[in-house]
Design a protein around this ligand. Structure first.
Ligand SMILES: Nc1nc2c(c(=O)[nH]1)N[C@H]1C(S)=C(S)[C@@H](COP(=O)(O)O)O[C@H]1N2
Ligand SMILES: [Mo]
Length: 242
């Protein structure tokens, strides 16, 4: 029986990391916006390798690993956040432990992973960050398979890091025992005269936006240079598969 003095709290506003603003919907975004999504295989096949190992293909649909559903936000380093995205996929930690680690040649401890994509996009990430429990190898969004706009057939989802870590159209992962040079490389030229460089950890709650510049400085610059691309991305999100 409800007590008359009990207050039902109002629907809480979702809490966003510092310097982020929620956008309506989920725009397509990235350094590839001037191009349509790349040609990709139908099946979510990942090439897995290490620095001493020949890469081997793994079809994620063949795996005997539990599928996870998770609702999380995606925070682009330029300042917009897409909230309440319902992903389905396999936990990266489970995938690493059951599929990657047992097949790597014994050697020095793996510290980093290089993620590559079918559009030439490439990011290095600390293994520790990929082992966070909310990191997924996602094949679905909102109950349907991933669309080309959002990374079909397979993408990484790392909600606690800026969006550039959440590699779409994932092609391969390479385990490394030393940090490979460079932050992130893409086929396209960098935005804003090289101003946009990924921070090595890119943790959103610590506002690790840039490797050298303070977040308060890059916030307005990123908005100015990158935000206009969001409109373009929103268009891309509704473009049928190329
Ligand atoms: N393959 C690939 N993955 C990518 C990018 C890209 O250009 N290519 N852009 C990244 C950036 S900067 C962001 S913010 C997110 C955007 O994801 P969305 O297009 O699904 O919104 O994808 C990330 N993953
Ligand atoms: Mo981004």
């Amino acid at each position: 029986m409800a007590h008359p003095d009990v207050h039902v709290p109002p629907m809480s506003t979702p809490l966003l990391p510092p310097g982020q603003r929620a956008v309506a919907g989920f725009p397509r975004f990235g350094s590839h916006l001037h191009r349509p999504p790349p040609p990709v295989p139908d099946r979510p096949v990942l090439l897995v390798g290490g620095e001493f190992d020949e890469p081997f293909p793994v079809d994620l649909t063949d795996l005997d690993l539990p599928t996870t559903e998770q609702v999380s936000d995606l925070h682009c380093v330029s300042g917009w956040s897409a909230v309440g995205l319902r992903w389905t996929g396999v936990g990266f930690g489970a995938f690493y432990d059951h599929v990657v680690a047992p097949r790597l040649r014994p050697g020095p401890d793996v510290t980093h992973v290089v993620l590559t994509a079918h559009d030439g996009y490439r990011v290095r990430v600390a293994l520790a960050d990929l082992r966070e429990p909310d990191v997924l190898l996602a094949t679905g969004l909102d109950g349907a398979p991933l669309t080309p706009a959002h990374g079909a057939p397979l993408r990484l989802v790392s909600p606690s890091q800026y969006g550039f870590v959440s590699v779409k159209h994932l092609r391969g992962i390479e385990a490394r025992s030393t940090p490979p040079a460079g932050h992130r490389r893409t086929r396209s030229t960098t935005v804003a005269g090289g101003l946009v460089h990924g921070h090595r950890r890119a943790r959103v709650w610590r506002e690790e936006r840039h490797p050298h510049l303070p977040a308060a400085l890059v916030r307005p610059l990123y908005r100015l240079f990158i935000a206009p691309g969001i409109a373009l991305g929103a268009l891309g999100a509704h473009t049928p598969a190329a």
